[in-house]
Design a protein around this ligand. Sequence first.
Ligand code: FEO
Length: 171
Amino acid sequence: MKKNINDALNKQVSLEAESSHIYLSMASWAERNGFQGVADFLYQHSDEERIHMLKLIKFINEREGNAIIPAIQQPKANYKNLVEIFQSILNHEIYVTSEINKLVEITLKEKDFTTHHFLQWYVSEQLEEEALARQINDKLKLIGSDKMGLYMFDRDLARLRTADTDTKNSE
Ligand code: FEO
């Protein structure tokens, strides 16, 4: 594997690890603030980001590259409300998509078609992650500050992630 591809993939390893950490911190905030459904959703999201990281690590090493395990910064611990959390998630996922696109561009420039093929999974995954984050933000906008709406939102959210995972597993 070429060094610039290896370095770019390691940068993505770091970003997936950071994503997992951020969502873990958000899950902890939700759990501390009585939103158990949101917490379950975010714990699961954090686990999925760790799997994204692992997939990259294994791919790099299989191709005789060097997967480096990164240091991770402490994420923000406190949030104003659920709107802040889910807007941050959407913004973060849009950023991750742009980084994946840069990676894809490098593989095309270097004619590394194996890595290009491998990255297609991440391209589709980002499409789903962004769509899900947008869907949740739209729901929160509708609910506003309605307490009963927030209660139902919390109750329904854990199911939303499970349904999403079930769909993926049956693909
Ligand atoms: Fe692995 Fe949410 O990007």
